[in-house]
Design a protein around this ligand. Structure first.
Ligand code: MG
Length: 368
């Protein structure tokens, strides 16, 4: 048996706010391409017929062995389907909706194995949710026993389907036209992943399922002198101490190291370049405000800060009592862990002359 694979992509996208979903980008491929390419690799499928909206022009690259035939639809679904069926040439036809990108080759083969000249085949799934019928204010419960939802592709003898659709132009799907015309229908198990992208939220779900996630890690380091008469601010928290950190800004070295880690993961310049000490605007700057700007910069590039870990190395003062307050303050921006280490009286930090900080940030982004 030879099969044509007809993809109906003639919709106007009225439930997508007017955007034609069949041409929307899903992980670098227009929506219609997903099922077209699955079908092109399916044994027994000899041609793909793509039905595009009236007035639309499409000249897509098509690197597959079998032909891609493009034809135009009409104002009604039945017209689009008929145009597709007439542009096809095989004895049997799978009619698929472009808005179902995740139908698998396994499903196509099961349908192709089930269809006969007299019996069409459709994928079905039992209804999982409880059902209600709503008529104005009146809500009644509907027994879902024996109720199934129908998916595509639906497969039929092509010439018989042409007659059935022509005689039943108002049918909701090809199966309804087929049974109205007296045809037999068989079922195969549908696939939950073969959901139909109808609303904007469905597209969001589809993107979450397909788009690759890139994860990157950045490293940040900072050191400041510890001197009398300066405030000690770590992670935006003011810590009572006779010694504070010396610097052009508020010298919040924890927030500085974290900003460099975040910027580093995003492949951006460091804070010394973005907020130069030579710029008077940053004298005494609140580093938490600078962090807000850093977050804006990385988020503008599509990044999400997934986790930050940092270690502050200080001999004096003891900082553990402020750990929760610092975590809570930085936790407004991202998930964060903070640790403190003494310097074992060894180097400048160990002698109480300085404080150092190391930070690592993990950022994630969806993309190619
Ligand atoms: Mg600094």
């Amino acid at each position: 048996m030879m099969f044509s694979f007809v993809i109906v992509a003639g919709g106007k996208g009225s439930r997508m706010g007017g955007e034609k979903k069949q041409f929307m980008n899903l992980c670098g491929r227009e929506l219609w391409r997903w099922s077209a390419e699955t079908a092109a690799k399916t044994p027994g499928v000899r041609e793909i017929v793509l039905v595009i909206p009236e007035g639309e022009n499409l000249n897509p690259s098509w690197p597959h062995d079998i032909p891609l035939i493009i034809t135009h639809g009409g104002s009604e679904r039945a017209v689009s389907v008929l145009n597709g069926l007439n542009a096809a040439s095989c004895s049997y036809v799978l009619v698929h909706d472009a808005a179902r990108p995740f139908a698998t080759q396994k499903l196509f083969l099961a349908l192709m194995d089930t269809v006969t000249e007299n019996a069409g085949a459709v994928p079905v799934l039992p209804v999982a949710d409880a059902l209600k019928r709503i008529d104005g204010e009146n809500i009644t419960c509907v027994n879902r026993d024996g109720l199934y939802i129908t998916q595509t592709p639906q497969v039929f003898h092509r010439l018989r389907l042409i007659d059935a659709v022509r005689d039943n132009p108002l049918a909701k799907d090809e199966a309804e036209a087929w049974t109205n015309a007296g045809g037999i229908l068989r079922k195969v198990d549908g696939e939950r992943m073969n959901f139909k992208i109808t609303w904007q939220e469905d597209m969001t779900t589809a993107r979450a399922l397909t788009e690759q996630k890139i994860t990157r890690t950045g490293l940040g380091y900072d050191v400041h002198r510890l001197v009398p008469g300066r405030k000690l601010i770590l992670g935006g928290v003011n810590i009572p101490s006779p010694l504070g950190l010396l610097g052009h800004s508020d010298a919040d070295l924890l927030t500085h190291a974290i900003m460099d880690a975040v910027l580093g993961a995003a492949g951006l310049d460091d804070i010394g370049t973005i907020f130069p000490a030579s710029d008077e605007r940053y004298r005494g700057a609140d580093s938490i405000e600078l962090l807000r700007e850093v977050m804006r910069l990385v988020e503008a590039d599509g990044w999400t800060v997934e986790f930050v870990d940092a270690v502050v190395i200080a001999q004096v003062p003891k900082l553990n009592a402020y750990r929760e307050a610092i975590k809570n303050n930085l936790g407004k921006f991202f998930a964060v862990n903070i640790k403190f280490k003494s310097a074992e009286n060894l180097d400048d930090a160990g002698r109480g002359l300085s404080m150092t900080c190391h930070a690592a940030a993990t950022l994630g982004r969806h993309g190619e």
